[in-house]
Design a protein around this ligand. Structure first.
Ligand SMILES: Cc1cc2nc3c(=O)[nH]c(=O)nc-3n(C[C@H](O)[C@H](O)[C@H](O)COP(=O)(O)OP(=O)(O)OC[C@H]3O[C@@H](n4cnc5c(N)ncnc54)[C@H](O)[C@@H]3O)c2cc1C
Length: 386
């Protein structure tokens, strides 16, 4: 068994419930397996597969199956149990679980010593409209299939596809679509609609300059300072941010990437324990995009923060169960962030935010980070240094 500082295991075999098997949940799982291999671990997640969601935009190049790992495989690999169900981690429910020391689900009572909530971010607007898709569509159909199917039924000569949202996710999808259309020699126009005057505005200006130059190279129309209203059979309806004027442009399909809703996160102390009514709940922890740690560590909604929080929360759960009860605070600072711009290009920062890198170095960095997570998932080996 591996050594974890300040953790002196007692004899008791812990019952641990992980709510949500995404990046934070799976990292926590591998951490428990490493330091307490005989713990009873239950993962509750409504999906049948763990999704490597940071690769989702690549489904224009690779089969969707490449990014999905069945929970049944993880059950075998890490000797845990998966329950396919949704749990609502509201403050009332959390308080109830903590008092009861069990979670009632699917007519079963799951007793626990600790719960880790890692159910990800609540997505912003979701769409039910015809010809409008959001990130949820890409969980069920690959990007290539979606575009092929949609364009098959269109009789216009050069139809428009509109992408709404110039944040990290929207941009990654936009470039994959542009390269897919080019590769397949499809007669189709691409447009980005963004509510700001520059894309990726949460990053340094170098990100926007690099990305907008590449958009221009690929012939992508950029409708800046514009809000999306609706998509109909042949048109997209938009509104100018500055003049409030409403207008209509030709469009056959809209893809919405409006970001997550950071407002609904659970507060936690610097050790990852959920805080309700200003009090930490001793045996209920939270990690990943659904958490907001009261600490100087990074609270960005990113895979790298989620992985760090997942590991930290798991280590502190183990320490709480041990004799010493000395916890580790959350201090992780992001070391970089890379956004892919299609198969052969990327833009990102490394070490300090102003150090913007583009092209091959950024692409290599992204591949390195992705392979670290692949190793964790396949073998439970944690190669994250900080
Ligand atoms: C296309 C795309 C590309 C991205 N690229 C990057 C990148 O390059 N780098 C980066 O750092 N970040 C990236 N991100 C962000 C990153 O994916 C997220 O920050 C990260 O996945 C958050 O991890 P998490 O464990 O908190 O949530 P998730 O990975 O979203 O996992 C949440 C899990 O909880 C489950 N769940 C949801 N609700 C419930 C419920 N009620 N009960 C039980 N289970 C529930 C879900 O089914 C899911 O399995 C990207 C995101 C997208 C969409």
């Amino acid at each position: 068994m591996s050594f974890l500082p300040f953790y002196i295991p007692q004899r008791k075999k812990l019952n641990i419930v992980i709510v949500g098997g995404g990046y934070a949940g799976i990292t926590a799982l591998t951490t428990f397996v490493r330091y307490m291999p005989d713990a009873n671990i239950t993962i509750i997640d409504p999906r049948s597969h763990h999704i490597k969601i940071t690769h989702l935009h690549e489904s224009f190049r690779y089969p969707l199956q490449d990014f999905m790992v069945p929970f049944s495989s993880l059950e075998e690999r890490f000797s845990c149990r998966h329950i396919c169900a949704e749990l609502h981690a509201t403050e009332d429910n959390i308080q109830q679980w903590s008092d009861d020391k069990f979670i009632a689900i699917n007519e079963e009572e799951i007793e626990f010593d600790y719960v880790l909530i890692a159910s990800g971010a609540a997505s912003g607007r979701t769409s039910q409209e015809k010809n409008v898709h959001d990130i949820n569509t890409f969980l069920t159909i690959s990007g290539s299939e979606l575009i092929n199917r949609s364009l098959e039924t269109i009789d216009q000569e050069k139809p428009y596809i509109s992408v709404v949202g110039g944040g990290a996710t929207g941009i990654q999808f936009l470039f994959e679509i542009a390269h897919f259309i080019k590769r397949k020699k499809m007669k189709c126009n691409l447009r980005l609609i963004h509510s700001n005057d520059r894309v990726l505005q949460q990053f340094p200006a170098g990100f926007s300059e690099y990305t907008e130059a590449r958009m221009s190279d690929l012939g992508i129309d950029f409708q800046q300072n514009t809000y999306y209203q609706k998509q109909t059979e042949n048109s997209i309806f938009l509104k100018s941010k500055e003049t409030k004027e409403e207008f209509e442009l030709p469009s056959k399909m809209t893809l919405l990437f409006l970001g997550n809703n950071p407002g609904k996160r659970l507060s936690a102390n610097t050790f990852g324990q959920v805080i309700i009514n200003s009090q930490p709940i001793r045996n209920i922890f939270v990690a990943g995009d659904c958490s907001d740690y009261n600490s100087c560590g990074s609270n960005t909604m990113s895979a790298q923060s989620s992985v760090r929080k997942g590991r930290l929360a798991a280590c502190n759960i183990l320490r709480d169960s041990s004799i010493l009860k000395i916890f580790e605070p959350y201090l992780h600072q992001d070391l970089g962030y890379v956004i892919s711009l299609g198969p052969k290009d990327a833009v990102g920062w490394l070490a300090v935010e102003d150090n913007v890198v583009g092209g091959t170095p950024a692409l290599l960095l992204k591949e390195l980070v992705e392979s670290q997570y692949d190793l964790l998932l396949a073998k439970g080996i944690n190669t994250y240094l900080m």
